[in-house]
Ligand binder design. Structure first.
Ligand code: PBG
Length: 344
């Protein structure tokens, strides 16, 4: 239009489009770009999810290339490898044999369950590491649901009673952070009270605040063999169509004593991350979930995307959207790439 700068010649007779502001000046060299960069991901922002099982071997997860169900010994080695690149926080997901699964998910609070043993092993060898645990019944449920089932319904308050026992047992084993991923109403407050009554006032709660009923969890359910036994999870996980509803969950979790708020999945829900960031002063976590990981892996295997660049870009975008913490299956690999680039 009429405001477009004219193409003229400068004092040296060179072509010149007169304009004082030129944003490209802040992009002119790596040094300048590095100086003005707004968001930087570091390995200390990561939480590294690890799948474990009670076997002496590791098992590949076909839909998550590069991830495995680890034996406990292998898990400890994986923690050590990631630790060496600066990753300090881990979250554990167990694959539980069918014979230990029940509707009440009682194996979830067996003090010698696989998660409890894993926590003790990690804290013993890496006392400075932060160990997070998932609080939900699905790995232990013969119904394939996050809560107790009666007549095809997922019971809210009965489930909370189980979750409190699970969280306290994990704290007793040495968990630093418990992360309820079940989406029952009121569980954060109940878990906070249960932990406090047992003296675990220092154990943090990372709440899965805005956890959506997402199709992106498929590969994770392959990894744990935890596909819903019937129906879906839409009566407890949020409707992907809703953004404002995440603010209701965030207000409740904060009031109930959550220390950190999570949005899950990540990439398709960056707007929700931003909304929570703008509406809460608590740290915000993003879960870059299994399906997102699988999509990148598949495209890279085909040679359609360049893995390192696309992963580091994706993780940076979580930060830009407002995430302080990023749960990603790429944690060790990304931290290794950063180390190779001399970043951290
Ligand atoms: C279940 C749980 C799920 C994930 C983490 N905890 C799956 C589900 O809700 O069915 C998914 C993580 C991922 O897809 O990477 N409590």
């Amino acid at each position: 239009g009429g405001d477009a700068p004219a193409l003229v010649r400068n004092n040296n007779e060179e072509v010149w489009v007169p304009q004082r502001a030129r944003p490209r000046r802040n992009r002119k060299s790596p040094a300048v770009r590095n100086m003005v960069r707004e968001n930087i991901v570091t390995p200390s922002n990561f939480i590294y999810p690890l799948f474990i099982h009670d076997e002496t071997f590791n098992q590949d997860i076909v839909s998550m290339p590069g991830c495995e169900r680890h034996s406990l010994d292998s898990m400890l080695k994986e923690v050590g490898d990631a630790y060496q690149f600066g990753v300090r926080t881990f979250v554990l997901f167990p694959k539980v044999p069918d014979e230990l699964k029940t509707n009440l998910g009682v194996e979830a609070y067996n003090p010698n369950g696989i998660v409890h043993r894993a926590i003790r092993m990690i804290k013993d060898k890496f006392p400075e590491a932060t160990v997070c645990t998932d609080v939900a019944l699905d790995p232990y449920s013969d119904q394939g649901h996050d809560g107790v089932v009666e007549n095809g319904k997922i019971l809210n308050d009965v489930t909370i009673n189980q979750l409190c026992k699970q969280a306290v047992s994990q704290a007793r084993a040495g968990a630093d952070v418990v992360a309820p991923s079940d989406m029952m109403d009121g569980r954060v407050g109940a878990i906070r009270d249960a932990l406090d009554s047992e003296g675990f006032t220092d154990v943090s709660i990372l709440a899965y605040t805005a956890k959506y009923a997402s199709a992106y969890y498929g590969p994770f359910r392959d990894a744990l063999d935890s596909h819903p036994g019937f129906g879906d999870k839409k009566t407890y996980q949020q409707d992907p169509a809703n953004g404002r509803e995440a603010l209701i969950e965030a207000a409740l979790d904060a009031a109930e004593g959550a220390d950190m708020l999570m949005v899950k999945p990540g990439m398709p829900y960056l707007d929700v991350i931003r909304r929570l960031k703008d509406n809460s002063n608590l740290p915000i976590a993003a879960y870059h979930v299994s399906g997102e990981y699988a999509m990148i892996k598949a495209a890279c295997e085909k040679g359609w995307l360049e893995e390192k660049s696309v992963v580091l870009e994706t993780l940076t975008c979580f930060k830009r959207a407002g995430a302080d913490i990023i749960l990603t299956y790429y944690a060790k690999q990304a931290a290794q790439w950063m180390a190779e680039d001399g970043l951290f």
